[in-house]
Design a protein around this ligand. Structure first.
Ligand SMILES: [Ca+2]
Ligand SMILES: [Ca+2]
Ligand SMILES: [Ca+2]
Length: 442
């Protein structure tokens, strides 16, 4: 009880600091406040947003060589560390892959995000009877309980108003899928993608049940055929309804990438949900700094946390066509979701469990992560994709026919690859990966 009380106090303090920071930055304005029904009262168990800390920056023009003509790319250490530039030679994602971002909403007019928003065809076009635009007719045309949900749903208002009153959701969406190659800002891990925005949390709304809205969001994502769900919140209490929703996602082959949480604790001892439900489609992600050390604030656990990814001072999109830094396991989670989208775009027949196995086997191993994660690994986009590629990678390594390379690598790790350390490493890595995957399938 004491630790819960401390957590609550910490959370309220964090919320207060976040509010002051954002208010001070002029990011919040009253006109953006969604109307909130006061009917629901939060009861235990609860789900809180892992808001983290943020600093806003002006996007500076950077003259050094950057990928895909997005000026601010060199500020994204997370992407550089993970060799994303090389990975993008393999896959840039696909508009056919839908990622549901369950968060604080998004700035739908952000120039680096709007082209990658998912569109609900059930709420667009002219209605044949009323002759009105279904996107703004105030009618729930597809009868899913949400009015005018064009790019996703706001479960606080029951409408398609996705206004982000914090900035967290906009930041997460940018890490996953800011548009690449548009000459503006950054590129997400998956430069081409469909972002389905599900708003379950609003720091300005009171009397809202975050857990209930989380469950609704998961059900919506499954109903609207998302491939991946990205979830950055959580809580310490088990919820059967939430478990059932994530299990429903598993049954529908939806991957669930969840933040390990910023409670500074060992999740093997104090479980954090939904990240720690024992379901085959969940990847639990903790955060590391540029030196690949798990952040002091991040949860860890050998049997509960799967993998680490960059989570400190991550540069991404913020409301109002701006950009800034945020820190936490939420940011790390977004990197993993982006990679999952790239892997899925390259190999459409993979199930959620396959993609999970794939990503967990392809990270870079760091001995000191052994006590922190189940895999001792940090996400590596390039490794996760080169074994799928059928072309030449940025290193000049020819990895021909590797789309169906399972047998090749098992029989001879060096076949069809140029000699050299990089080629050998990739070959050995691929062999190891495929062996471990086939062992797990037996
Ligand atoms: Ca609707
Ligand atoms: Ca409508
Ligand atoms: Ca861009």
């Amino acid at each position: 009880m004491i630790s819960k009380a401390i957590n609550l106090v910490l959370f309220i303090a964090l919320l207060g600091i976040a509010y002051i920071v954002w208010e001070g930055l002029g990011l919040m304005s009253d006109k953006n406040i969604a109307s909130v029904p006061e009917t629901e009262v939060e009861q235990k168990p609860t789900r809180d947003m892992e808001l983290g800390t943020a600093t806003k920056q002006k996007s500076k023009r950077i003259e050094s060589k950057v990928i895909m003509n997005d000026p601010a790319m060199s500020q994204k250490w997370g992407l550089q560390k993970m060799q994303a530039k090389k990975a993008w030679d393999v896959s840039q994602g696909s508009k056919e892959i839908i990622i549901a971002v369950i968060d604080t909403g998004i700035d739908i007019n952000h120039k680096d995000l709007k082209a990658n928003l998912w569109v609900n065809t059930g709420e667009t076009g002219i209605d044949p009877i009323t002759k009105k635009d279904r996107a703004k007719d105030g009618i729930d045309n597809d009868r899913n309980g949400c009015i005018d949900d064009v790019h996703g749903c706001n479960f606080i208002t029951g409408t398609g108003d996705l206004t982000d009153n914090h900035g967290h959701g906009t930041h997460i969406a940018g890490i996953i899928g800011a548009e690449g190659g548009n000459g503006f800002g950054i590129s997400g891990v998956a430069p081409k993608i469909s972002l389905m925005i599900l708003k379950y949390y609003d720091p300005k709304a009171s009397g809202v049940n975050n857990l209930k809205n989380t469950i609704r969001s998961i059900q919506y994502a499954v109903d609207k055929k998302a491939h991946i769900i990205n979830y950055s919140g959580g809580g310490l209490e088990f919820s059967q309804e939430e478990f059932d929703a994530v299990q429903l996602a598993a049954q529908n082959k939806v991957l669930f990438v969840a933040a390990a949480g910023n409670e500074r604790s060992n999740s093997d001892q104090a479980k954090y949900y939904p990240a720690d439900y024992e379901l085959s489609n969940i990847i639990s992600v903790t955060a590391v700094d540029p030196k690949t050390q798990v952040l002091a604030t991040s949860n860890y656990g050998v049997s509960t946390v799967d993998i680490a990814a960059p989570g400190q001072d991550i540069f991404s999109t913020l409301p109002g066509n701006s950009f800034g830094l945020m820190t936490g396991t939420s940011q790390a989670t977004a990197f993993v979701s982006g990679v999952a989208a790239l892997v899925m775009a390259s190999n459409r027949e993979y199930s959620a469990a396959d993609v999970k196995r794939y990503i967990l086997k392809t990270g870079d191993e760091y001995p000191w992560l052994r006590s922190k994660t189940g895999t001792s690994k940090k996400l590596n986009i390039y490794k996760a994709l080169t074994t799928l590629d059928s072309g030449v990678s940025a290193t000049g390594v020819i990895a021909s026919n590797v789309h169906n390379m399972k047998d090749q690598f098992v029989s001879d790790p060096n076949v069809k690859l140029q000699t050299g350390d990089a080629a050998r490493d990739i070959a050995n890595f691929g062999k190891m990966l495929m062996e471990s995957m086939s062992n797990q399938k037996k």
